[in-house]
Design a protein around this ligand. Structure first.
Ligand code: BES
Ligand code: MN
Ligand code: ZN
Length: 511
């Protein structure tokens, strides 16, 4: 989809559909929506007499968030259709709601077969957002809400795709900011969609080597530095956790290091580090999972995909800050060479781990990455992982991710970024008692703390590789419930959500 910004009145714009909006409860539309309403009114041009006003009076459209209405214009304006997007209540409005409304409206236009659509900037008028932020949200919403994954369909194209998105603004003074926001929105949305594609891709196609190839191609396009450790490099680095999980699979592991290294003042050169769990398929290994729903475990690399997407966007936006992305990649399979319950593994940090469950594999690979991160003397580290079913039970599927941290300021910065992006995160406690539950009779620690408190014990396991010499501000995001969306809603489409990309980008821009 090609995105452009033009200085025009929306009602005078030629397109297959024009998109305007309405707050819930408004009976006489104002601003650009009002101008379209008047243009669709009777010849005397009385306000409140237009097609949108009539729709409201009939009760067919109330402006609820994600509600959309289509009006046919019968030659009164150049565009044959008007799509009205509901923004919800005015006092509950946020940039994320602008993104959602834009997604719902653009998807409606796509489903109607529109090729060229024009939209106003949602939320920059009475919504009170600044024009840049509003334009970014509008463009992101349209690109995210019309995302389709058709890679594995024999007929790759259903013929319905929006080719051109025209962002229309009449006030010339806002144009430079809208241009900048639209460009940023494009970069961010492309990165989120890239993460979605990696998650949606079948696990026989996407495995550690092919994920690493995708990262190298992305890095070559964006100017990131990309280093990939293969088995020998991983073994030489003594990443015992990565090697143990990988040994049951025919697909060898990879460890990706993506580096965004702009010129920054030396007193500001400590990087932030993002780490993503990259289990390209999680069968559970010898502690094998039940059949039901196992196909969803292709998404067990959603943390890795979030880091991939965030690094792509950070490079594209030229964020003036050093950022490192670390992605350990394995496939967790049972088999004659697989690691087994009872094994004791020496990790890169030299801590020893007794394996209780081979299905607690994510923490094994993250532990080595968290230890590896110490070499950067980072100002802060965030890891994202689809780590525990317990987190999904606690916070719900598709609702929020759980966050654990050893540093209140770093955690607050992350939560602020997540909140601004509409990606819900909720802090959970890193109680020392969770550490007691993972003490082992045979090794330093064990990789499962038992049935209760599973989200806390998994986080504390990770903390054991952060604490001590070289400890850095750290936040762990358990995003197990945030992989797939079950339906089309706002800018989400059925399938991978691409959760986490926007929050990481916002955090890198903020700190
Ligand atoms: N990848 C799973 C966690 C998961 C569950 C992600 C549901 C997405 C949806 C993780 O590797 C796992 O298997 N965790 C175990 C840990 C247990 C063995 C200590 C779990 O949550 O049951
Ligand atoms: Mn598992
Ligand atoms: Zn897993």
């Amino acid at each position: 989809m090609q995105v452009s910004v033009v200085n025009r009145q929306i009602q005078a714009t030629a397109a297959d559909a024009i998109i305007v909006n309405l707050f819930e409860g408004v009976t006489t539309p104002g601003g650009a929506t009002g101008a379209v309403d008047t243009a669709l009114g009777s010849s005397d041009g009385a306000p409140g007499d237009g097609a949108i006003s009539r729709l409201i009076r009939l009760g067919d459209f109330t402006g609820k968030l994600n509600e959309v209405a289509v009006i046919y214009t019968h030659g009164l304006i150049p565009a044959p259709r008007v799509i009205v997007a509901g923004l919800g209540k005015r006092d509950e409005f946020t940039a994320d709601r602008a993104r959602q409304a834009s997604g719902a409206a653009a998807r409606k236009a796509r489903d109607l077969g529109c090729k060229r659509i024009a939209t106003i900037v949602h939320g920059s008028g009475i919504g009170g957002l600044n024009p840049r932020e509003a334009a970014q949200a509008t463009v992101e919403g349209a690109l995210l809400g019309t995302y389709q994954f058709r890679e594995h369909k024999s007929k790759n194209n259903d013929g319905k795709a929006i080719e051109e998105l025209i962002v229309v603004e009449y006030d010339t003074s806002k144009l430079p900011e809208i241009e900048a926001g639209a460009r940023a929105g494009e970069i961010v949305a492309q990165a989120v969609n890239a993460a979605r594609t990696l998650i949606n891709r079948a696990p026989n196609v996407l495995y550690p080597e092919t994920f690493a190839q995708a990262a190298q191609e992305m890095a070559a396009r964006t100017g990131l530095k990309c280093t990939v450790l293969a088995e020998t490099g991983i073994a030489e680095a003594r990443m015992g956790g990565v090697m143990a999980v990988a040994q049951g699979s025919a697909h060898p592991p990879r460890f990706i290091i993506l580096a965004h290294e702009p010129d920054v003042p030396t007193d500001d050169s400590r990087p932030i580090v993002f780490i993503g769990k990259g289990v390209t398929f999680d069968t559970g290994g010898i502690s094998i999972k039940p059949t039901e729903g196992m196909q969803a475990m292709k998404a067990d690399m959603s943390g890795a995909a979030a880091v991939f997407g965030a690094m792509q966007a950070i490079a594209g936006l030229q964020v003036p800050r050093r950022v490192i992305g670390l992605i350990p990649l394995v496939e967790n399979m049972p088999g004659e060479r697989a690691y087994r319950p009872g094994d004791v593994i020496t990790m890169m940090s030299e801590l020893t781990v007794e394996i209780i469950s081979t299905d607690a594999e994510g923490r094994m690979i993250l532990a080595d990455a968290l230890h590896y991160a110490k070499r950067y003397n980072p100002r802060g580290v965030v890891d994202l992982a689809t780590l525990t079913g317990a987190c999904v039970v606690a916070l719900g599927e598709g609702t929020a991710a759980g966050v654990f941290s050893n540093d209140d300021n770093w955690c607050a910065a992350l939560l602020r970024a997540a909140d601004a992006q509409g990606e819900k995160m909720w802090r959970l406690p890193l109680y020392a008692e969770y550490g007691d539950k993972i003490k082992s009779d045979y090794a330093d620690i064990k990789n499962s703390g038992g049935r209760t408190g599973g989200v806390g014990t998994s986080a504390y396991f990770l903390y054991r590789f952060v604490e001590g010499p070289g400890e850095y501000p750290w936040a762990h995001v358990d995003m197990a419930g945030m992989t797939f969306s079950n339906d089309n809603k706002g800018y989400l489409v059925k399938g991978a959500m691409g959760y986490g990309v926007r929050t990481l980008v916002a955090l890198a821009q903020a700190v």
